[in-house]
Design a protein around this ligand. Sequence first.
Ligand SMILES: [Zn+2]
Length: 218
Amino acid sequence: MGSAQANGRVAARQPDDPLPLLHPVPHGDGDTEKIAAIRHHFARIMEVLGLDLTDESLRETPQRVAKMFVNEVFSGLDDRNFPSITTFPNTYGYGEMLVERNISLHTFCEHHFLPIIGKVHVAYFPGEKVIGLSKLNHIVKHFARRPQVQERLTVQIAEGLQRVLGTEDVAVYVEADHLCVAARGVEDTKSSTVTNYYGGKFREPPERRGFLEAVGQS
Ligand SMILES: [Zn+2]
């Protein structure tokens, strides 16, 4: 018994056996270990579904999914992957609202692991510091690369921006389609979900209105 486990292979299971839920997988929290563990467990899921893992087309799927989870779509679970952000002193004295519109959003619903696809508008009033515009996109992408619910994603983007920019004056507007609503369950392909966050000056009606007008939502 021990030998089959020791070399990482799983012994053939008899039909009446309860599903073995725990398999030996490498310990540790390094990316290599995570990929190996996910590959192992995802292969089991595919087997349970009756998929033939010897099939040419499916053989590499567990490894492909594991690498995609760890290195791409869920890389934002690791805080070390937060984008490096250089801030610049606001030497030009720009004090009006800066709006970045239509930032692409791709994330995954944490309840069904199905895609959430949409767009994000963010805005801030520069204080002492400003950042490169593309960094706004990178911050959105970082928090999107986690299993998410849209409400929490919205708050995380806002708080991430506030931290980096050193100001409370941040607004975030998220509009997204949830495939778990469109492709299953109620199968509603028309509805979308809107969430928003208003910090600091954006709590005042005129500033909030200015933001919503700028992003075409007034
Ligand atoms: Zn869902």
